[in-house]
Ligand binder design. Sequence first.
Ligand SMILES: [Zn+2]
Length: 55
Amino acid sequence: MKIKFCKTCKIYTLKDKCKKCGMDTATPHPPRFSPHDPYGEYRRKMKKQFWEENA
Ligand SMILES: [Zn+2]
């Protein structure tokens, strides 16, 4: 599963184009908040948003 990110809307999506603004999406660069679990925040945010956006 490839995750894409719309920089305009600040949302994650699976589509190559954002369903909200129609802009091309890009592969997100996960933020590095924690040295122990650098992808934790990213994963939580992504998962939460998917359930909300693609329910
Ligand atoms: Zn967008």
